[in-house]
Design a protein around this ligand. Sequence first.
Ligand code: SAM
Length: 289
Amino acid sequence: MDLCNLSVIKSLMADAGITFRKEFGQNFLINRMIPEDIADSCADTSDRMILEIGPGIGCLTQELAIRYKKVVAVEIDKGLIPVLEKTMADYDNVTVINDDIMKIDLETLVREYSEGMKVSVCANLPYYITTPILMRLLESGIKFSSITVMVQNEVAQRLAAAPGSSDYGAITAILGYYGTTKRLFKVSAGCFLPAPKVDSAVVRIDLYDSPVYDIKDEALFRSLIKAAFEMRRKTLQNAISAKIQGFTKEEITSAIVSLGHDERVRGERLSTEDFARLSNALTEIRCKR
Ligand code: SAM
């Protein structure tokens, strides 16, 4: 069954008595090549479990099932479950779970289904909730090998931006703590039903096996990034003094200068590694008092 075919999608949904639900960010792929390309690029080896978020009627799920040993697909919309039971009937390596990815116990899910295999995440994400989903996956502590997601093109640019560029933001710097991010390819709005207002792109985050930055105080590291980008137009030292308590201006300046940056640098020029070193320098200053 071609699950990207317009009449197939419409008739599956009509048979189930359902319509597209905007509140769940439902924009289904209608160009066959896209789910094939996403499935191809989401992992390097087939002997793994793929966690798919939001299978919809299953067009990407199908391609994942062909390529990977196990697929677990979490779909919030209970109206789509009977459709998925039909479309996934021929794939005995697919498990569909009706739940909210923001609420489900991810650790139990992975323990139950991965059977010790590596786990990668793959999704055409609902746009209304892209960043919270990414942060939930990253902060779960689960050792995902990679996360490949379709997001709005401008979000993709932000996720994969280089320090100092206009797209670089707090999420980019935080992502750099967990792994490396690449923008893979763009997908035009016309490849979806209903068509969204903007184009999309696929990004792949390859997660580090173990942390590459030895951060002494993770809360401080996160607060520094937050402060730097909340007050983007200020110098970093002014942004830190305005938002983070407990350090004098001289202490902040000396920590910034110890990284090799000018004291008037703006936060947007700092890489993830710079933020890690800055938080360690400030932690050391605090300990030495
Ligand atoms: N994978 C399908 C495709 O590529 O055509 C559908 C993608 S559509 C952009 C997003 C899907 O995520 C929808 O099926 C929607 O119901 C589901 N969804 C939205 N919020 C969700 C959540 N919090 N947890 C799980 N699924 C969710």
